[in-house]
Design a protein around this ligand. Structure first.
Ligand code: PRX
Length: 635
């Protein structure tokens, strides 16, 4: 059982050294001792970042659901695998044991098969945080279908783009969802999306809110009667290590969303291993990650990583503010949560409400606190540490990405001394590098640069669905032979990393990645708009908010600006979703451009952030006069 569970800092350093000196034998040992294989690999790793091509555990055969479910049946059959906590505290929580999960997943897998879904087919899952979401993900994996979960806050247009990009043949959705005091008509959104998706001829609908919805004959079926009829056991499809497990879309700075492809064996090994160590999960613990399974955090650290370790994982359907801002703490107390993993934006929103809500609840079960999704500011870090963790629970500030599949830079709870705002040290097997703008690696400490990873790790995405060239261009072209993350970072005097934020045109709002280009494309569809540019500016709760500079066509100039603002946000909501709405929209006569016509976002960002003392040289711009005009009218 060597090296699977790291217990102190010395051991971390020792195991880390081993993992980078001889990665293949290190990962082979972890894979061999802690997972269930139908056939072992012929080769642990082959890689070439110039192609780029990465293969882990080639030749191995397995099914990830046997690792997440079946192998626990003998020892943990009656242990709770998933605690489902509904949106409303008045509705009872559901405890699903490993045995029940097996039954549910097998039935669902059989329903998929009976509806013509097979190995390699893509299935789009557009569901709220209800048990069917976790079960459908696992059911796809059971039969080797590739799931593509789309967060159920995306609009019909965004959903249709994602369905079509990966040619999904089926959509799994629900009659609606609860979100605090509101309900959302998910099925209506799916119906609208499917008008643009000729390839989908099958929609399975879970019943959640009992609303009266349209069911299209020959296409839509209620899920529950099919599950009731289905056989309760399903022989797992035996997959190759490098068979795709899922596609998950993430925003790029340009163009359409990127369907990141994750494969089976490496993803399984790495998410399970990181989960166990980062959170120091012990057999009796109850673990809760507040993310949605529609994001990578939910895939890796609500579903696959925890279940692979036989953990009890909480799935919460609702929001932190309903029925009041004590809801998270109510859940921690009710289920005696031991590890709690959330996002800085949630922490800031809760901190703003004061500590009264916390004081009403017993949080003594908490042992480890986690954060993910964006840099955590010092104030939020201390609030979390003082009030939630009572200075006794280490905060693991975990840096990673949709593309990395698993946690990359992080403290290991109880091993790594934490430091506010620092993600601290690379996880086992991870080899970061900071690069300068000329492409050279910056060695030593007390330096900052662009964050790259020098060596493959098991859970890295292998390609972008349908566009390998884009995968290469985005991640492997900026720095020769290295994976480029798109983030900036600094390394302090002891080698701790602090992630400083994106260095490209991706803006992180409330922990959600938003590319500027798709938002600008949406705005430019407004008939009165001539051009637009989006930048981020600091926001107390969301971390960043969006500021839009919009120039109007002559026809638009006489229109009422507030109406125009509403219409612009309406288009964004329709095309992308409400998460991409702009907080501020300034109408301008022009946008600052270089002589080659590129918009100078750097200047716009500084103006939006009120940092105008240091705008740099604007005289070389094509139209320097517009800078003053923009500054004079800043919102
Ligand atoms: O900029 C980094 C930020 O979130 C980006 C990845 O976003 P996404 O693919 O949506 O995955 C989020 C959940 C893993 C990163 O490039 N980010 C994520 N975690 C942190 C972070 N920035 C600072 N500190 C973190 N802990």
């Amino acid at each position: 059982m060597s090296n699977y569970h790291i217990k102190h800092l010395e051991e971390y350093y020792q195991v880390y050294r081993k993992s980078v000196r001889n990665p293949e034998s290190f990962w082979e040992e972890i894979a061999e001792e802690h997972f269930m294989w139908r056939k072992k690999w012929d080769n642990v790793l082959s890689w070439d970042f110039s192609k780029p091509e990465v293969k882990w555990f080639e030749g191995a055969k397995l099914n990830i659901t046997e690792n997440c479910i079946d192998r626990h049946l003998y020892t943990r059959g009656d242990k709770t695998a998933i605690i489902f906590e509904p949106n409303s505290p008045d509705e009872e929580a559901l405890h699903i044991t490993y045995r029940e999960l097996h039954d549910r997943v097998c039935r669902f897998a059989n329903v998929l098969k009976e509806n013509g879904v097979g190995k390699g087919d893509r299935v789009c899952i557009y569901l709220p945080m209800i048990p069917e979401l976790a079960v459908s993900v696992l059911a796809c994996a059971r039969i080797g279908a590739i799931h593509s979960v789309v967060f159920a806050g995306f609009s019909a247009t965004a959903l249709a783009t994602r369905i079509n990009d990966s040619d999904c043949k089926m959509v799994i959705t629900s009659d609606g969802s609860y979100r605090g005091a509101k309900t959302i008509d998910l099925k209506g959104i799916v119906d609208e999306a499917l008008q643009e998706c000729p390839g989908v001829n099958n929609v399975l609908v879970a019943k959640r809110i009992n609303s009266d919805i349209n069911m299209q004959k020959g296409r839509d079926q209620w899920l529950q009667p099919l599950l009731d009829e289905a056989y309760h056991d399903c022989v797992p499809e035996i997959m190759d290590a490098e068979d795709p497990l899922f596609i998950l879309y993430t925003s790029g700075s340009t163009g359409k969303p990127k369907g990141m492809v994750h494969t089976t064996a490496g993803y399984m090994v790495y998410t399970a291993y990181t989960f166990k160590n980062v959170f120091q999960y012990r057999e009796q613990d109850v673990y809760w990650c507040t993310a949605d399974i529609g994001w990578i955090t939910g895939h890796s650290y609500i579903v696959y990583g925890p279940l692979c370790n036989g953990a009890t994982t909480v799935m919460f359907e609702g929001v932190p503010s309903y029925p009041d801002f004590g809801r998270f703490w109510d859940i921690v107390e009710k289920h005696k949560v031991n590890q709690f993993y959330t996002a800085p934006t949630a922490i800031r929103a809760l901190a703003k409400e004061g500590v009264e809500h916390l004081e009403k609840h017993d949080l003594s079960s908490l042992k480890v606190l986690g954060t993910v999704g964006e840099p955590i500011n010092e104030e939020a870090w201390h609030w979390y540490d003082d009030n939630v963790g009572k200075k006794k629970s280490p905060i693991v500030d975990t840096w990673w990405q949709t593309e990395t599949g698993g946690i990359m830079i992080t403290p290991i709870a109880f091993c790594t001394p934490t430091k506010p705002t620092y993600a601290t040290l690379p996880f086992i097997g991870i080899q970061p590098a900071l690069m300068d703008e000329q492409g050279a690696e910056i060695k030593g400490n007390q330096v900052d640069g662009r964050l790259c990873i020098k060596f493959p790790w098991p859970s890295m995405a292998r390609t972008i669905w349908g566009n390998h060239q884009r995968y290469k261009d985005t991640y492997f072209s900026a720095y020769d032979g290295k994976y480029f993350t798109g983030d900036g970072a600094l390394r302090d005097e002891v080698g701790y990393y602090r992630i400083t934020g994106r260095v490209d045109d991706v803006i992180i709002v409330s922990g959600h990645n938003l590319g500027t280009a798709p938002i600008e494309d949406a705005i430019n569809e407004h008939p009165a708009v001539s051009e637009s540019a989006i930048v981020g500016f600091p926001h107390d709760i969301k971390g960043n908010a969006l500021y839009g500079y919009v120039t109007l066509k002559e026809t638009g100039e006489s229109r009422d600006p507030d109406n125009l603002r509403k219409e612009i946000n309406q288009i964004i909501t329709e095309q992308i979703g409400p998460i991409a709405k702009l907080d501020k929209i300034q109408f301008t006569n022009g946008l600052p451009k270089t002589r080659s016509g590129k918009i100078m976002r750097r200047i716009l960002r500084k103006i939006a952030s009120n940092e105008t003392e240091n705008l740099g040289d604007t005289s070389t711009l094509l139209n320097p006069e517009c800078v003053q005009e923009i500054m004079d009218n800043v919102l």
